[in-house]
Design a protein around this ligand. Structure first.
Ligand code: SF4
Length: 478
């Protein structure tokens, strides 16, 4: 009989790097996961800021403990490194600095790979279920012998949970990350598993995140979850917060493709923190899988009109695309300016194929968001026709994916807003990114643009300039 995949749930009440190192070492021993060769640690640093995004990322003390344990346990080491690509076009080196990683990496004398600065190479996919034949990955991922996956345990507003499988979204640079980041997001996450499988997984569930992925509400879970199979680990984690693993769609897809089990009875769960005890503790763990029209229902100045969507598997909503992007955008605004929804001008966010009048309020501006959006009607006596420019997966060539450069996007959006004299504007993209939504909401609602906030602007731009220089330099060396 095939041996069950093991998953350990261990108690860990605080971010004490020494204690974490001891737990990780024990986990590596019990799971017989001995790092060797090119060892790459992949944390989740989708965004980090001590004040505004303190719970969005795998904590530095956690990474510190894992590196210490890895150094202790590893054999025949060629290299130990930490690699990641942050989200929403923010330079990864800025996020690493904010997350407190630089001190930890320097202390251990290991290498850093910012995936927005490294070369990306094509990787062939061969299954019929794959969305496309090629995907692009950073060279250090493809060259890695022993991947250590270090996700943060968080709820996710588009995919319910972000754990080991979903953490792979951060192994692509923005240009390729946003390809199929629409209603195919769950399929894409399953496809990402083809490139490499982690040989050790340790989930930072000491302080878990509820509801949102960028601005999660902290939840004191006090646990570290370890395993060697992503599906098995994610299945156990789903049960930890009383979620049926089959409701985590990318987990279901990945399991169906043979990446690992989704049934608890096929997994050997052990450790010093019983699953039943955690399930009781997390009885009120909060999620946020809500359509934006009802989610912003009570917002005084933001209303959403949601239509229908082009893909047969998800005609009534686009999880993974523009709607969720707006949700995260508004949470970022709230983090910077808590009263923003009261202070902003009236905005209607229209997404999908919408029919019938919009019944706009006086002064209410309209953002037609996303390539699939279409509408026909009158605004201020003018006939307005918004046509869908949506492209199917096979019509999108990943080799010609457009750059998602932070500065280019800000310049384009600022110019678009400045020269737009109408009450409505078309925001293109599939998906429209959080960064784009920040710019468009800012000028349509006449509120400060976070990209120019003095608490952010200097550090992010410094990081951007360094990133551009290093990327250019690295490409010269190739
Ligand atoms: S344009 Fe936006 S809402 Fe429409 S399919 Fe693409 S990601 Fe989804």
């Amino acid at each position: 009989m095939k041996e069950k995949h093991k998953v350990l749930i261990m108690r860990c009440a605080s971010y004490n790097a020494k204690k974490i190192a001891g737990i990780i070492k024990q986990g590596m021993e019990e799971l017989n996961a001995i790092p060797s060769g090119n060892i790459l640690l992949k944390p989740n640093v989708v965004i980090a800021h001590k004040k505004f995004f303190p719970h969005a990322f795998t904590r530095a003390e956690f990474v510190d403990g894992v590196i210490a344990a890895t150094k202790d346990m590893a054999k025949e080491v060629k290299e130990i490194s930490v690699g990641e690509r942050s989200g929403i076009t923010i330079p990864t080196r800025y996020s690493f600095k904010q997350a407190g990683y630089l001190e930890v990496i320097k202390k251990h004398g290991i290498k850093t790979y910012y995936f927005d600065e490294t070369k990306h190479v094509p990787f062939k996919l061969e299954k019929d279920v794959n969305l496309r034949k090629n995907m692009f990955f950073p060279k250090p991922i493809v060259d890695c012998d022993f991947l250590i996956n270090l996700p943060k345990f968080k709820a996710h507003p588009w995919t319910r949970l972000t754990l080991s499988l979903k953490n792979f979204i951060g192994i692509q640079d923005d240009k390729h990350r946003l390809v199929d980041h629409n209603s195919f997001l769950e399929h894409k996450i399953a496809d990402l598993q083809e490139v490499i499988q982690p040989k050790f997984i340790a989930i930072d569930a000491i302080t878990a995140g509820q509801k949102m992925m960028l601005t999660p509400t902290p939840f004191d879970m006090g646990a570290i979850v370890m395993g060697t199979n992503s599906c098995a680990v994610d299945t156990v984690c789903a049960h930890m917060v009383n979620v049926d693993p089959k409701d985590v769609v990318h987990l279901k897809f990945s399991s169906e493709r043979g990446f690992g089990p989704i049934e608890l009875d096929k997994i050997a769960v052990s450790g010093d923190f019983p699953l039943e005890e955690i399930q009781k503790k997390t009885k009120n763990f909060q999620f946020c899988m809500e359509h934006i029209d009802s989610y912003f229902d009570k917002s005084p100045n933001l209303r959403c009109t949601v239509g229908t969507f082009p893909e047969k598997h998800s005609p009534d909503y686009c999880w993974g695309g523009c709607p969720g992007s707006l949700q995260e955008t508004m949470h970022i605004f709230r983090a910077f300016y808590p009263e923003i929804e009261k202070e902003m001008g009236k905005v209607r966010y229209v997404v999908g194929k919408v029919e019938g009048p919009l019944n706009l309020e006086p002064g209410e501006k309209v953002i037609f968001a996303g390539d699939c959006t279409s509408w026909e009607g009158e605004i201020d006596g003018e006939r307005v026709t918004i046509e869908s420019v949506y492209k199917t997966t096979s019509e999108v060539d990943e080799k010609k994916a457009k750059s998602n450069d932070l500065i280019k996007k800000i310049i384009f959006a600022t110019a678009h807003g400045f020269f737009n004299r109408k009450r409505y504007i078309r925001l293109k993209g599939c998906p429209t990114s959080v960064a784009q939504n920040v710019n468009y909401i800012s000028f349509m609602a006449k509120i400060p643009n976070i990209n120019f906030d003095p608490r952010l602007v200097f550090g992010v731009n410094m990081g951007y300039c360094q990133m551009r220089f290093k990327r250019f330099f690295n490409h010269l060396l190739d």
